[in-house]
Write a new protein. Structure first.
Length: 280
């Protein structure tokens, strides 16, 4: 495990606050899973790849399944009373007070095609509130992590959202898919460009949300995103001083929703460009 990803793991696991113990374990498990993913990535030509429900752009590999099994097993070992929702294996014990929400490889299409923009994302809901998140990027030796009330970090460095006061002063991340809401994507892009902004899409919503928290992107908009792609990121952005749309409304945990996260001074302008579909 790279030293830069482990040097900050110095919380005392015997602290009475269970959330902090979960925070410690989430970081450790995310880093270990990302390293396991990196081993698969380096031999990706040997992986079997399937298309979910016949959708060409929605792929899954053996690595996704193996990493989710690893993460799920580690969490069950330490926190058997907690619920779990994963992209590959679905949900169990979703009435529990604590629910782990996991994407073992966010950016699988990038992963199987030799692009570096993929990560492991682990988030935790406590009493329905996003409370901690860890996003591990093994290719760049970075662990983005946050816990409610404790701030947000990349490795050991505190992070905050971008202070820019205008959308022309940086880049906005975007995402879409063939799920519901895709018709809102091009109108948003046109509006952003018309007002002097610029966009990027790297294939991993979890990473781009983390980049908003780190101030690398001004904001991130996706027409429809699943909870396992963004739950960890919601905590990162909130703890970094950013603003998030109400993603969990109307069964968002299970069915997903549109999402906007951004620096608070830029959130209103981006929300205006998106229009009513953000809250539909």
């Amino acid at each position: 495990m790279p030293a830069t990803l482990t040097a900050h793991l110095d919380l005392d696991p015997n602290q009475p606050l269970a959330l902090e113990h979960r925070y410690l374990q989430a970081q450790r498990i995310a880093v270990q899973a990302a390293q396991l993913g990196l081993e698969y990535y380096r031999q990706r030509e040997t992986l079997e790849v399937a298309h979910k429900d016949g959708v060409g752009q929605d792929v899954v590999s053996m690595a996704d399944r193996e990493l989710e099994d690893f993460i799920k097993g580690q969490l069950a070992q330490h926190f058997p009373e907690d619920g779990f929702l994963g992209e590959e294996t679905g949900g169990s014990d979703l009435q529990a007070r604590c629910i782990w929400v996991v994407d073992p490889i966010d950016g699988t299409s990038c992963f199987v095609n030799g692009l570096h923009t993929w990560c492991v994302s682990i988030g935790l809901l406590v009493d329905g509130v996003p409370s901690l998140g860890a996003v591990a990027d093994a290719n760049h030796d970075e662990l983005f992590h946050a816990c409610k009330g404790l701030g947000a970090y990349v490795n050991q460095t505190p992070i905050v959202v971008n202070p820019a006061v205008d959308l022309t002063l940086g880049v906005t991340g975007v995402g879409t898919s063939h799920r519901r809401g895709k018709e809102h994507f091009l109108p948003f892009i046109k509006q952003l460009l018309d007002e002097g902004g610029m966009f990027i899409r790297n294939g991993s919503g979890a990473l781009m949300i983390a980049y908003v928290a780190a101030g690398r992107l001004l904001g991130y908009y996706e027409t429809h995103i699943n909870s396992w792609d963004c739950l960890a990121g919601l905590v990162l952005v909130s703890e970094a001083g950013g603003q998030c749309s109400d993603f969990l409304k109307d069964r968002g945990l299970i069915e997903g929703n549109p999402l906007l996260v951004a620096a608070p001074q830029l959130y209103p302008a981006l929300a205006r460009m998106i229009g009513p579909s953000l809250n539909s």
